[in-house]
Design a protein around this ligand. Structure first.
Ligand code: SAH
Length: 243
């Protein structure tokens, strides 16, 4: 697993977050990928308040209890919402620019760390992974390593709350069948690259996983999966606990 941090000169998303925080506006955060047409992430949405969050995310915030770890916290939107309700949360991110913004916005425990770097230690009751939080796992083959890491960070009675999407709708034919080539890589493995102004990020793998596949891999690693809620477009929130 990659355990690196992102240098500021290769951090389009962190640069966009810093700009938006400092100037209340930002340029286009452009996204290129192996699967979708060129797209943009509206930077404002990275600063969404609890009211502006999709129902799946609000549901996850409600379920988060005890000592919470917000993984890949970005601008800190979820951590701030949790702090406001008196919950104890630690936010981690690999972007120094984003961690700096989180601290300035009042996230009390904003930590510059990669989830997969074993120097980062803790014992959490809830591990939150939101905004297609499964993405950070990168590839299907990383799932066993991911679950091993979760066992290091999770209290035995704790849970992971993760949202993801089943991308099979992208392969749906007019007759309702799916044209997925099973000899290819898993259809939810996507390569992304981002650009903000002239700052180009490195390519990274981002995993979208359907619930059945997540459930299968979880079971093999000693976790029980539960489908908490489905969204409007093949997206869902899952809860994973140790068996
Ligand atoms: N959760 C935030 C941001 C999502 S974008 C929100 O919902 O708005 C994904 C974030 O994960 C980025 O800020 C990125 O820097 C961070 N990230 C990616 N890989 C990571 C890793 N291995 N460990 C910690 N953070 C990571």
């Amino acid at each position: 697993m990659n355990t690196a941090l992102i240098p500021a000169d290769k951090d389009p998303m962190g640069s966009a977050i810093a700009d938006y925080f400092n100037r209340q506006k930002a340029d286009r955060l452009r996204v290129f990928s192996s699967l979708f047409d060129e797209d943009e992430i509206p930077v404002k949405e990275l600063f969404r308040t609890e009211k502006q969050m999709p129902a799946l995310e609000r549901n996850a915030l409600q379920l988060a209890t005890g000592k919470i770890l917000d993984v890949g916290a970005g601008s800190g939107c979820h951590s701030l919402a949790l702090q406001e309700t008196g919950k104890e949360v630690h936010a981690i991110d690999i972007s120094p620019l984003s961690v700096d913004v989180m601290r300035k916005r009042g996230v009390r425990h904003a930590i510059l760390a990669n989830l997969f770097d074993e120097h980062f230690q803790g014992n959490y009751d809830t591990i939150l992974m939101l905004m297609n939080g499964s993405g950070i796992i990168g590839k299907l083959e990383n799932l066993p390593a991911f679950f091993r890491r979760m066992k290091q960070l999770l209290h035995p009675d704790g849970c992971i709350l993760m949202d993801s999407s089943d991308l099979r709708y992208l392969f749906e034919e007019e007759d309702g069948s799916f044209s997925i080539n099973l000899a290819d890589n898993y259809y939810g493995e996507v390569d992304f690259r981002m650009q903000y102004k002239n700052i180009c990020g490195e390519e990274f793998n981002w995993l979208y996983i359907d619930y059945q596949t997540l459930n299968l891999y979880a079971a093999e690693s000693g976790f029980r999966a539960e489908l908490i809620k489905e969204g409007k477009h093949y997206d869902y929130l899952a809860k994973l606990t140790l068996k």
